[in-house]
Design a protein around this ligand. Structure first.
Ligand code: DX5
Ligand code: ZN
Length: 216
């Protein structure tokens, strides 16, 4: 079953609790943490995640676009995140970090920027609950979907099947009514959507429409 994770990056930051409620039927709420070093943008940190976790029943999927995730990721679990994604390019010790996130009780996930191949991480996949294949360069919402990432999604799905893993395959960036079917067909099963959900007249209806399209 397809999971749709609205990204609050495209929501109204002054009304985060209401914006979380506006997508009640979503599987997870995607929270983009940016530090102005790993990516050229700055968003929010541990205190906001802590407050948001208390304000909504929807589990939080925290995407850390930050340097030193080895140091910070555990704090997001403590703040109430149900899933924590660190970037492969930033992690000093991805296996140790994934184990620590799991030991603290959250799902461990690793993200790959568009130019980072999945193959070097094949042996690490059993340590993860989710792999995120970025379909834009991380840093901003509302960018155009990178079609050139479809082969990587396909190769990742093949690796998951080859090893018989349960791991979820997430895509993030430019996912919308016009791109979600291609992502699903390539093998993604968790879809982050920012502007396609919060830019819609009715965000909850947009979530359901995307889910229906992904499951076609
Ligand atoms: C981009 C973020 C995404 C972003 C997606 O770096 O990781 O989660 O919010 O926004 P859309 O769906 O508008 O591309
Ligand atoms: Zn994201």
């Amino acid at each position: 079953m397809a999971q749709i994770n609205p990204s609050i990056l495209s929501a109204d930051f002054a009304r985060l609790a209401d914006e979380a409620k506006a997508v009640d039927g979503a599987d997870w709420l995607h929270v983009d943490v940016m530090d102005n070093h790993f990516v050229p943008n700055l968003t929010l940190g541990v205190p906001v995640v802590d407050a948001l976790a208390k304000a909504t029943d929807t589990p939080l999927d925290c995407h850390l676009m930050i340097e030193e995730p080895d140091r910070w990721a555990p704090q997001y679990v403590e703040a109430g995140a149900g899933s924590v994604t660190f970037h492969a390019e930033a992690a000093a010790a991805p296996v140790r970090l994934a184990r620590e996130i799991r030991a603290k009780g959250a799902r461990a996930s690793m993200a790959l920027k568009p130019a980072t191949p999945v193959e070097p991480y094949e042996d690490l996949l059993p340590e993860l609950d989710m792999l995120l294949v970025m379909t834009v360069e991380p840093g901003f919402g509302g960018q155009a979907f990178l079609d050139i990432m479809l082969p990587k999604i396909r190769r990742t799905r093949q690796l998951i099947e080859k090893h018989g893993l349960q791991l979820w395959l997430q895509v993030d960036g430019g996912v919308s009514a016009s791109t979600i079917e291609r992502c699903a067909e390539a093998g993604a099963d968790v879809f982050v959507a920012g502007s396609a959900v919060y830019g819609a007249e009715n965000p909850a209806a947009a979530v359901e429409a995307l889910r229906a399209q992904a499951e076609e």
